[in-house]
Design a protein around this ligand. Sequence first.
Ligand code: FE2
Ligand code: FE2
Length: 310
Amino acid sequence: MNAIMNFPDTDKYARVIKASKIVHWEIEPDVIKGRTFDLTKKYLPDGLSLVPEMSTLSDAEKRLVSQIQGRTYANIFGLVERFITAKLLDVGRDHTLGDQNALEALVRFSDEEIKHQMLFRRIESMMSTAMPAGYRFDVDPDMVARAVLSKSTWAVLMLTLHIELFVQNHYRQSIEPDDQLSELFKDVFLYHWKDESQHVVLDQLELKRHDPTLTPEQRDSAVDDFIALVAAVDGILRMQAKADMAYFVATCGRPVGTGERATLEAQILKAYRWQYIFSGATHPRFQMILGSMITEPQGKRIAAALATLQ
Ligand SMILES: [Fe+2]
Ligand SMILES: [Fe+2]
């Protein structure tokens, strides 16, 4: 009997490998294709940037806010993918002498995330050429990754699943249907989504494999870690909403009063919390998977922590 039959999920990993090979793409010939960023188009769609709620802004200013948020969107992915790659390489070690399909699927996952980080660095440099000077994104990916990876594997895998699930929704529900967006920005997230559709399957397989190895006490502590990670994400979002608001004020070409500035900063923070926290936390598949692994009091603890961010 073939030894591979001893690995119950090996067919699922094999299907991920097959899909990953079919969608394989390269940054320059498939995504960039010699194009540059067009400042006459929006980058992030309204359903994510929430600019329609920013009633004091002109259409041109709303477009500028969507471009600033789009640039931050690419930078945030570049940031989170640093710890995601490190953690998935780490859990992939469990398969080195076992299921070779699982090993190959996770090696491909890491390779793709490294490519995504290169893509996001590439478009950050292109956006810095196209957009006015002064944009800041001062969060160091390695420093964040070190802090995240100090938490339990369960919490990091749960946060990763949450991120990779909201990527699916953002693309399918907001980016793909919007015909007003920069074609280049849209393609960046089309190709990113093609890989992330496989990653989300692997996140679930690894989480499902890891979860039963924990004692109830370890899982309870991992729930606290998960809450701490979400709070840390929120800290980054608060800082970036402030930085992005300062960039908008410096580049929009008109004075922005203190009251309007405070309102706009709160609206940008609301958009960032929607993009990076709530669109994932409310995702039905995330709720189903998380709910299947935790107790009711643990679920209430998470819900209470999320409620403080609204
Ligand atoms: Fe990615
Ligand atoms: Fe991914």
